[in-house]
Design a protein around this ligand. Structure first.
Ligand SMILES: Nc1nc2c(c(=O)[nH]1)N[C@H]1C(S)=C(S)[C@@H](COP(=O)(O)O)O[C@H]1N2
Ligand SMILES: [Mo]
Length: 160
């Protein structure tokens, strides 16, 4: 017998969750709907993939810097030098992984307008999870999709 039309369809899959961990005063778990509540920035980007050539996408979401700053990285915000030893490790659910330095996205240093995108080409990324968007990258490899963890780590140096 076929499935009854009156039965509810399978429950919608839970939205993907992203954990913010590491040297943070306020570690957090965030979903794509959570990210949509932040001030949204839009980026139209072109990047090159080594295997599939030029790609074009339109992304929207908060600045990575805004989201991570709210999680309270344990540096002294008034001391610029204190931020220079922090790294940001971004991991996708498939294990794809990229490192950024804090200074790269810091408005006092590299000022890269990196997004934690919640929407790609008008489609919310609820199921797969957010995507890292680096409008200044020529290559697509750091556009980590399906992000499930971001670790902020201030343990880098000085080495003795
Ligand atoms: N999670 C995850 N994100 C990833 C990758 C991957 O293997 N896993 N590949 C990267 C590479 S090499 C490229 S070029 C872009 C491709 O993005 P697109 O196929 O959505 O245009 O995704 C990037 N993000
Ligand atoms: Mo790629």
């Amino acid at each position: 017998m076929g499935q009854s039309l009156t039965e509810p369809v399978a429950e919608a899959a839970a939205p993907a969750e992203l954990v913010l961990t590491g040297d943070l005063a306020r570690p957090a778990r965030l979903t794509v709907p959570d990210l949509l509540a932040w001030l949204q920035h839009e980026a139209r980007v072109t990047f090159e993939c080594a295997t599939s050539g030029a790609r074009h996408h339109r992304f929207a979401g908060p600045l990575l810097h805004d989201v991570l700053s709210a999680a309270g990285p344990v540096f002294d915000p008034a001391r610029r030098k204190d931020r220079l030893r922090f790294l940001i490790a971004v991991t996708g659910a498939d294990g794809h992984h990229a490192l950024l330095s804090w200074a790269e996205i810091d408005p006092d240093f590299g000022r890269a307008p990196v997004l934690l995108a919640a929407v790609m080409d008008d489609t919310p990324l609820d199921r797969s999870g957010p995507q890292l968007v680096l409008p200044q990258d020529r290559c697509g490899a750091r556009y980590v999709s399906g992000i499930n963890a971001i670790r902020v780590d201030g343990g880098y140096g000085p080495w003795k």
